[in-house]
Design a protein around this ligand. Structure first.
Ligand code: PMP
Length: 295
């Protein structure tokens, strides 16, 4: 399938409060966000006309901006509405939604106090992050070269563009070596997350997930923990050492884009998608489509 570049598509992008034709939604090369990574973003999904956990995502966007010391010049309700309007304007009821806020071009330097804050929202059709065939078998991961830094090193709870530098490098290395993704450890050597999703493990019917103290506590992660507990499953959040992976039988990753995706391999450890992963994959798919009512 030919790749359609993201800057050469039909449709409408919401930019600073107005719709502009997709191809005209541009920034200047001297944009602070581009040079100094002063940009924060979100990834959301609309299912059957409703964006799942829309306000939680918008609030995280605002929190991320605050962590980067800037203020989004709209209200949470205005951005919520703009996300819905952008889907409608593009005629989409099932879509990936990408809001982004960044510092403009008034200043280029480390200090950027007087830059204008811009916000854009783009939406597109994006059925599955991992291919359906990969998801059924479970994705294969290697270990990432980089570690998730300490909260003393970066604002770890911001969904900020700069924090993805090590994710892209790690995911590329994984793909070049024939894997789908990479599992990142944290600065202490504990299991952290993949390059774009949170991770869960299963041992003797109990679910274990790394404590999100130096990476995003994803909205999907929080949703899946609640789904699991509502089913009567025990979920333990704790620090997990890589060598403990030998004792886990199932593994799955979760995120807005990844949804719930079973994992068959991380480095030297193998897992089999089984009842708990597949059950939660199905529950999550039904919940986001409002076919399952949360308890
Ligand atoms: N970790 C990283 C690095 C991510 O990019 C994402 C996707 N935003 C997640 C975790 C999962 O977050 P969420 O479930 O809120 O999409």
């Amino acid at each position: 399938m030919a790749l359609v570049p993201f800057d050469d598509r039909d449709g409408w992008i919401w930019l600073d409060g107005q719709f502009v034709a997709w191809r005209d939604a541009k920034v200047h090369v001297l944009t602070h966000g581009l040079h100094y990574a002063s940009a924060v973003f979100e990834g959301e999904r609309m299912y059957g006309g409703e964006i799942f956990e829309l306000t939680a995502h918008t609030q995280r966007l605002f929190n991320s901006a605050e962590l980067l010391d800037f203020e989004i010049p709209f209200t949470v309700a205005e951005i919520d509405q703009a996300c819905r309007d952008t889907c409608a304007r593009n005629g989409l009821t099932d879509a990936y939604v990408r809001p982004i806020a960044w510092r403009g071009s008034e200043m280029i330097g480390v200090s950027a106090q007087d830059t204008k804050i811009h916000v854009a929202i783009a939406v597109w059709d994006w059925p599955s992050y991992f291919s359906p065939a990969e998801r059924a078998k479970g994705v294969r991961m290697c270990w990432a070269k980089y570690k998730r830094p300490s909260p003393e090193t970066e604002p770890v709870h911001a969904k900020a563009t700069g924090l993805y530098m090590i994710c892209t490098i790690s995911k590329h290395a994984a793909e070049k070596a024939g894997y789908t993704d990479a599992m990142m450890l944290d600065y202490r050597g504990y299991i952290a997350e993949s390059t774009g999703s949170n991770v869960f493990f299963v041992q003797d019917g109990v679910i274990h997930s790394p404590t999100p103290d130096c990476f995003l506590n994803g909205i999907t992660r929080q949703t899946v923990i609640k789904l699991a507990r509502d089913k009567g499953l025990t979920v333990v959040e704790r620090h997990i050492k890589p060598e403990e992976l030998a004792g886990f039988t199932e593994c799955f990753v979760v995120g807005t884009a990844a949804e719930v995706t079973p994992v068959s391999q991380i480095g030297e450890y193998n897992f089999k998608p089984d009842a708990i992963s597949l059950g939660l994959m199905d529950d999550y798919a039904r919940l986001v489509r409002r076919e399952l009512v949360a308890a």
